[in-house]
Design a binder for this molecule. Sequence first.
Ligand code: NAD
Length: 346
Amino acid sequence: MFELMENAGLERLHLACDPETGLRAIVAIHSTVRGPAIGGCRFITYKSENDAVIDASRLARGMSYKAALAGLPHGGAKAVIIKPEHNFDRVALMKSFGRFVEDLGGRYITAMDSGTQTSDMDAISQTCQWVTCTSQSGDPSPMTALGVFEGIKAAIRYRTGNDSLKGIHVALQGLGHVGYAVAKMLYASGAHLTVSDIDQGKLLKAVNELGAKAVAADKIYSVSADVFCPCGLGAIINDHTINELNCDIVAGSANNQLEREEHGELLRRRHIMYAPDYLINAGGLIFVAMQHAGQNDAAIKAKVRQIGTSLYQLFQQADQEDRCTHRIANERAEGIIARASLHPAA
Ligand code: NAD
């Protein structure tokens, strides 16, 4: 357990068990040196409790990096509630999780993630003040999608010198909350879409509404396109897919896109520009953090749009120094956190 914490760079690892509601939850806090740690709460099934702890732990660092690069006064964390196998009262379970988070005294602020929805955040808010994404504040996905769209525009501008997406071909994987919203914005800008999803209903909708071409899930990597936009699973840039990719740019919302760091090097060697996941998909985090701080929609959107500028500058630096975008982004985030640790937030 301690080795896992060390490898994941965790500051704290909190566990809670409440037999009455069936709650088994983990909060992995990576850092609070820049402010309270913020990050989503997953509610999914796991093969083992160990897998759940590993999942929360490995995702927490990315949240710190995301907050640091977005200039938010927060550290990163991730929570997991292991979905019970037997019947359970969802509201009671979420309220119990709320008590757990409340006990952490504001060191961790929770938010929506895979398997949780605004109604869960509403239940959590009955017992906890450190919660975002309630039905009053809303779903962060549209802002994540806006950030990804701005990121794709910046990448195209960098590659072609042209701001227009007209005629640009995007291969988009995963038509969920974020992916479908990105697809809609691309379509409205004149881009052509090839899409994949394991849900046939979503595929059909994209074909009918956005004139997209649908391909089988395992065929999306090899589609000849300007941009591959992964908005479904993590670890999709791996030993199997890296040589299949037939695009100039990888820019999408999925978390942890590189299975291993070296896959980022391989992308660069293949002259494929990579938009680091935690930079391009920070729109949702910007939304929840700024909303929690009471800022208005216009300020939030303006900040999300800056993702495009940050990415453009990163692409420039990567070419000037002949280095990988993800290495530079990691270094920048680590530098910001290290400097803050000299003067930690109260
Ligand atoms: P979602 O669950 O709404 O959508 C995921 C989609 O991917 C679903 O339509 C699903 O059917 C599809 N999918 C699953 N397996 C697939 C496969 N093998 N091939 C093709 N499609 C497949 O999730 P979301 O909220 O849209 O998030 C998408 C990704 O972006 C996730 O990796 C998530 O962690 C990341 N992300 C989301 C947000 C946010 O604000 N929602 C913020 C940051 C990062």
